[in-house]
Design a binder for this molecule. Structure first.
Ligand SMILES: [Zn+2]
Length: 439
């Protein structure tokens, strides 16, 4: 009993230190940041080995005796774990302590994982949110409209970050379905928010709703200085489209329920990783560290107090962005392109909805339209099939771009006309679901 009390006391001291010593970390020289990350990784791995039977037995079974982390390569010796691994470990009897707050993954990819946060950990994750909002220009006294899907811990941190920055938060009471777009327009008109957070798919529904009502969206966003969006990786053209329609700077925010946290700075060169709270890896299908710009699977190790995720394989497809950011911050940048569920395989090539939107959005007549990848019926995986809302525009040129850029032999485009499909996170529909004619 005495020992248990000491461990808890030590963790509390650790948690306090975690917050206090990190001022200005985003501009630390790369070497100092690297040393910090390695030290934090060492602490997390030691804690996991001592306190979490799941990791202890996993690493023992892998024959790992030396758990010292002196380099990235040391960490890469540890086996990766998946969501299903953790769900099954939970079923075998590990239960979180009472009084914690649970957040659930959406379950777009199979069974949802419930993630438990204790107080220290929740605090640790408000800090990067606060930092990201500061980068996007949020300051004391500003009116903020939060679109907060509160099952997500990143979203749950937003209200706390707004309060810490001395701004005033209002929550939109509605869903992210297109049906809520009208109510969101009304809320914007009532509140005149100076700062807005929402999802990119919902923002596109709002633009469409404004167009249908003959209201310029820029009028509703007249007082707004920044819009922070999540939920859909922005192509450069989609960003320009949003900024032009809204008349506001758009900042891309990203992250995962399991601990990855990213925000874009004022240079808009892709999201920076909040490297004080998470260590991210991009791993190739062969299990090697991907090079800069090379895509692979996103793997997360959390550096905060609280629940332990070591080399957790998120399933997301991501890449580190090459080069330094013009802002001079030392946090690396990373783009999350999608999940296996938001991609299709054509002729052995993995193609994400983002890849397709890169070809679609470049056409000013097509940018902002909902684009879906269509998963072909079994046995018909030789062609790329996509569905685009609205009437055909520049179809021949688009087909050529898709073939040229994505290296696919055959492309089928279904133009959906007035059939409206909800902007979703999944971005892929099975052939049967769209009720398309046979391709
Ligand atoms: Zn930057």
């Amino acid at each position: 009993m005495g020992r248990r009390v000491r461990v808890i006391a030590a963790m509390t001291a650790h948690a306090m230190e975690f917050g206090a010593s990190l001022d200005g970390i985003e501009r630390w020289p790369a070497q100092r940041l690297e040393a910090y990350r390695l030290q934090r990784l060492q602490e997390i791995v030691e804690r996991a080995a001592h306190e979490v039977p799941y990791y202890r037995s996993l690493w023992q079974a892998a024959g790992l005796r030396d758990l010292r982390i002196r380099s990235a390569a040391d960490l890469e010796r540890l086996p990766m774990v998946t969501k299903q691994d953790l769900i099954e470990a939970g079923r075998r009897g590990q239960r979180p302590a009472r009084g914690r707050v649970g957040f659930s993954t959406r379950g777009t990819s199979g069974e949802p994982l419930l993630v438990w946060l204790d107080r220290e950990e929740a605090d640790a994750y408000v800090r990067p949110t606060e930092r990201g909002f500061r980068w996007a220009g949020l300051g004391a006294g500003m009116r903020v409209l939060l679109m907060s899907p509160v099952w997500h811990r990143l979203a749950a941190c937003e209200g706390h970050a707004v309060a810490r920055l001395g701004a005033r938060a209002a929550y939109f009471w509605g869903s992210m379905d297109p049906q809520s777009a009208g109510a969101f327009q009304d809320t914007l008109a009532d509140l005149h928010p100076e700062f807005v957070t929402t999802t990119a798919p919902f923002l596109l529904s709002v633009l469409r709703s404004c167009a249908a009502d003959g209201v310029p969206a820029s009028r509703l966003f007249a007082a707004t200085r920044a819009v922070v969006v999540v939920g859909l990786p922005l192509t450069p053209w989609l960003r320009q489209h949003l900024e032009r329609e809204l008349g506001v700077a758009v900042f891309e925010r990203g992250g995962t329920q399991e601990g990855a946290a990213l925000d874009e700075c004022e240079a808009h060169a892709g999201p920076h990783i909040h490297e004080d709270v998470c260590h991210l890896e991009v791993v190739t299908p062969e299990g090697k560290a991907a090079g800069s710009g090379e895509r692979g699977e996103l793997v997360v190790t959390k550096l905060t107090p609280g629940s332990v995720f070591v080399r957790y394989s998120t399933g997301d497809i991501a890449a580190f962005l090459p080069g330094a950011c013009a802002c001079g911050r030392s946090f690396r940048r990373l783009k999350i392109y999608g999940r296996p569920e938001s991609s299709v395989t054509v002729g052995g090539r993995n193609i994400t909805a983002y890849d397709v939107r890169m070809c679609v959005d470049v056409d000013p007549e097509l940018v902002g339209r909902n684009v879906l990848l269509v998963r072909p019926p079994a046995g018909a995986d030789g062609a790329l099939i996509i569905a685009i809302e609205g009437e055909p525009r520049g179809a021949a040129a688009l087909e050529e771009r898709l073939r040229g850029e994505l290296g696919v032999a055959a492309v089928t485009i279904h133009w959906l006309g007035e059939v409206r499909v909800a902007w979703g996170f999944r971005q892929v529909v099975p052939h049967e679901e769209l009720r398309l004619p046979p391709s």
